[in-house]
Design a binder for this molecule. Structure first.
Ligand code: TRP
Ligand code: SF4
Length: 327
């Protein structure tokens, strides 16, 4: 039986942190063997917010690709490509933009939210408004079945499904309605207790060395009621304990008891966690450094991805033109 197609796009926005890893990426990597995978880097989407200063997009894109491979995405089993290598995507975006009511885009919750949040950027552009249309074309140009995304992307995926239905209604059945694959992702809190995010300056990056991780973890707030070593702790309110749940499931009972009975100090509890986190990243960091030495190979992977995906995408466009009647 043919495998279903799993597709997801990554915004090349710079260094990855633990929040990214435990959000969507691990989930996707764990399922990669069950699907025919399409993972790509969305430099056009990046341009919709970075158009005034696009110079980092390309470097970030290569970094992001290296990260994905070093984390375990298997380039032999995955179409790895960049959005801007697939000219069929903007052609499909154009057809979709003809049939997408403005109201769908204007009422999309991420639209207003982002405009408010990114006040330093002028996002009152056509390109930014049609971000979800471009995303629909990304997905439907290969007729993907499942799309692993974070919760924040669900409204976009809903628009994709609406566009698919509308196209099928107007021109005859052709596109699938892709399903979201939500990860049981854990929200990873940053070192200040807020959601981990590069812009908050509270992130632990996948490329941080042992010392940096120790320093960052030491800064984290634990149980505020635990002032002295002999005060019993309350692991349920402690961020460090949350991280143990992700990293050392088999140890949490033990940590919990020792914390409640004040048999372990927060500093050693933290240092131990920092070492576990670093231990977990060490292999990744080594593979990343190796890949960085061989940029040619990275470009070869992108070349192959482009050929494979254009093959599929150009067939879609041919059929779409026929369906619409402009073939
Ligand atoms: N919009 C997604 C994000 O900001 C990135 C993206 C672009 C995407 N095209 C996609 C995700 C297609 C899944 C499928 O993270
Ligand atoms: Fe948190 Fe560990 Fe301190 Fe308990 S001992 S409060 S789990 S850091």
């Amino acid at each position: 039986m043919q495998k279903l197609k799993m597709l997801t796009g990554f915004r090349p926005t710079g260094k990855l942190h633990l929040g990214h890893l435990h959000g969507n990426i691990m989930n996707m990597i764990e399922h990669q063997h069950e699907y025919n995978n399409f993972f790509f880097l969305v430099d056009w989407h990046a341009l919709s917010t970075e158009y005034q200063n696009p110079k980092d997009i390309k470097k970030n894109l290569l970094d992001c690709l290296i990260d994905l491979i070093a984390l375990g995405v298997d380039p032999e089993k995955t179409h790895l490509y960049r959005q801007s290598d697939i000219p069929e995507i903007p052609e499909l975006t154009l057809y979709f933009s003809m049939i997408t009511p403005l109201s769908w885009l204007e009422r999309c919750p991420t639209y207003k939210e982002q405009i408010n949040q990114l006040q330093s950027k002028d996002l009152s552009t056509l390109g930014f408004l049609s971000y979800p249309v471009l995303m629909a074309a990304d997905i439907l140009v290969v007729n993907a079945d499942v799309v692993p995304v974070g919760e924040d992307q669900l409204p976009h995926l809903e628009i994709t499904r609406e566009i698919s239905r509308r196209f099928n209604h107007l021109y005859g059945n052709f596109f699938k309605e892709p399903q979201a694959m939500l990860s049981q992702s854990r929200r990873v809190l940053g070192t200040d207790g807020r959601k981990m995010s590069k812009s908050y300056g509270n992130a632990i990056f996948l490329t941080d060395d042992r010392d940096t991780i120790r320093k960052k973890i030491r800064m984290m707030i634990t149980d505020p009621q635990r002032v002295r070593l002999k005060d019993p702790g309350h692991p349920e309110v402690c961020n460090i304990f949350d991280l143990y749940k992700i990293y050392k499931k088999e140890k949490i009972k033990d940590i919990e008891q020792r914390c409640r009975k004040a048999q372990i100090g927060c500093t050693s509890c933290k240092d131990e966690l920092a070492d576990i986190i670093y231990g977990n990243l060490e292999g990744f960091q080594y593979r990343r450094a190796e890949l960085e030495k061989d940029i040619k190979k990275i470009y070869q992977i992108l070349d192959r991805g482009r050929t494979e995906v254009r093959d599929i995408a150009s067939k879609t466009i041919k059929d779409v033109r026929e369906k619409i009647g402009i073939d």
